[in-house]
Design a binder for this molecule. Structure first.
Ligand code: SIN
Length: 497
């Protein structure tokens, strides 16, 4: 097997595949996928791609993104996202991809929370991620190595030379002149989440081991409308586009209580809705539902086919029957701090893009459907940047180090960690609980575990420490101190009851 490439791309979601799409055919490129290629968050994305619908809409898209981000965005990065977005979409369409259109051939734009106008493109109804992923996979002109887990980065003297991987029961090194990391977020750290099973924070942990800077790690986004009462690892997302197109959030008596929290009701920013759901349920102990009964069945089935079939399979007669909902972990806003071209300060020849990266576009709360756009816009920038500085250089040889990836007892710790993270670094944080969790994570880190659980623990530690550091609530980080005399409650039991 060939083990030396020009470019190595880790991750087969939108950011990784679109980077590949922008590299010349004659380059020697390998894409690494941890599982099947479709086990990535892109594949499961429902809502769509937010993009300015015309030139005049660009400043509005910037404004909405900055406002949702609670003043914590990097304005320059947001301007890049919103102004380069339309071209990124045009590139995609020129390459043959198409979004949903009306009967006259006009693009259909839907609305999602905190967008001041309709600017979300979608494909296959609510199958935008799946359609995009399929298209990018079909366009891929380079080989892809499946079932390959990256277990370390090969870094020496401030330069990255490749990755150490586990594949086919063997650990070995793959070298490249440029390495692009598009490995996704941290979903599996949490008990309830909407992410692919492969999204487990190992790359963040590897970055911790190499002193690569992570930022805004307390900014974890919880999606408010998720059906969590199933045994599936990835919980069923109920797209925000449903609310954008008229679905309501009600309690068991049919009351639309969100207006008591924010005048925008169902269209309030995601963090506001998640927190309101949490607080309302805590205060009233009432069940909360997504009511989609205003949709006509024929239209619902066509516009939201994935949700329709999945919920019918779960025994819900949608759209007439309302669906019990809870917030669940959805997206890692924080990540590896990069510049506008995916570069980091401490190591050369490595680029981070997509959910693993924190380029600053999401601030403290990601605006709905901005992440697929981020994947498209910034992966092109990464491809352009790495081509600009591409040089043929010999690689150093590294010894394989990661011998024991999993030890007996790790699974128990992993499950404990998922509950601990959900319960303490979840929708609402309490200082006392966070501190207790940090102590427990430190204890776990001293145990003789395998490497993979250690990487999860390192990432969890950063998330908890960042949450403890930010004393005042901001965006997705909602913290309550002891001073407020808040009763510390067990969110796990009440959310899943
Ligand atoms: C959704 O469809 O509600 C998810 C969109 C997103 O996470 O941006």
């Amino acid at each position: 097997m060939k083990l030396d490439y020009d470019v190595l791309i880790v991750g087969s979601g939108i950011a990784g595949l679109n980077t590949a799409l922008h590299l010349p055919d004659d380059m020697d490129v390998l894409v690494i996928s941890k599982d099947y290629a479709w086990e990535c968050n892109t594949f499961f994305a429902q809502g769509g791609v937010a993009v300015a619908s015309n030139k005049e809409d660009i400043p509005l898209h910037v404004k909405d993104t900055l406002e949702a981000g609670a003043g914590h965005c990097d304005k320059k990065a947001v301007e890049v996202l919103c102004s380069e977005g339309p071209n990124a979409i045009q590139d995609l369409m020129n390459a043959g991809f198409d979004f949903d259109r009306d009967t006259n051939g006009n693009l259909l734009y839907t609305k999602e929370a905190a967008h001041s106008k309709n600017r979300i493109l979608h494909a296959g109804g609510d199958a935008t991620g799946r359609e995009l992923h399929l298209f990018l996979m079909e366009s891929l002109k380079f080989p892809i190595l499946y079932n390959t887990q990256v277990v370390d980065l090969l870094i020496d003297d401030g330069k990255c030379y490749g990755v150490e991987v586990f594949h086919d029961n063997k650990i070995f090194n793959i070298y490249a002149k440029k390495i692009v990391i598009a490995s996704g977020g941290v979903g599996s750290l949490y008990e309830f989440h909407t992410n692919s099973r492969t999204i487990s924070a190992d790359m963040h942990g590897i970055c911790c081991e190499h002193g690569i800077e992570l930022r805004d790690m307390e900014m974890m986004q919880f999606h408010p409308t998720v059906f969590v009462k199933s045994s599936a690892v990835r919980k069923q997302l109920l797209s925000e586009a449903l609310r954008g197109e008229g679905a309501k959030i009600v309690d068991e008596d049919g009351k639309r209580f969100l207006f008591d929290y924010d005048k925008r009701g169902e269209l309030s920013p995601r963090n506001v809705v998640s927190e309101a759901l949490y607080e309302y349920k805590r205060e009233t102990r009432k069940e909360i539902y997504l009511d989609v009964s205003d949709f006509k069945e024929k239209h619902f089935k066509k516009r939201f086919p994935t949700i329709y079939f999945n919920m019918q399979n779960l025994g819900f007669d949608v759209p007439s029957q309302r669906i019990p909902i809870s917030p669940a972990f959805h997206y890692a806003i924080g990540g590896v701090k990069t510049d506008l071209n995916g570069k980091i300060k401490s190591v050369e020849d490595i680029y981070f893009v997509g959910e693993i990266a924190s380029v600053g576009v999401h601030g403290a709360n990601r605006l709905a459907s901005n992440s697929l756009l981020e994947g498209l816009v910034f992966s092109k920038r990464v491809a352009d940047e790495l081509l600009k500085s591409f040089t043929c250089r010999a690689h150093l040889s590294f010894k394989c180090k990661s011998l024991e990836l999993i030890k007996s007892g790790d699974k128990k710790l992993k499950n404990e960690l998922r509950i601990l993270m959900w319960d303490s670094a979840g929708i609402v944080r309490y200082e006392k609980k966070l501190q207790k969790s940090l102590n427990r994570v430190e204890e776990m880190l001293k145990l003789p575990t395998g490497k993979l659980i250690r990487l999860r623990l390192l990432t969890s530690r950063v998330i908890i420490k960042s949450a403890l550091k930010r004393k005042v609530s901001l965006g997705a980080h909602y913290i309550k101190g002891e001073r407020e005399n808040e009763k510390v409650i067990d969110t796990t039991t009440y959310i899943s009851k």
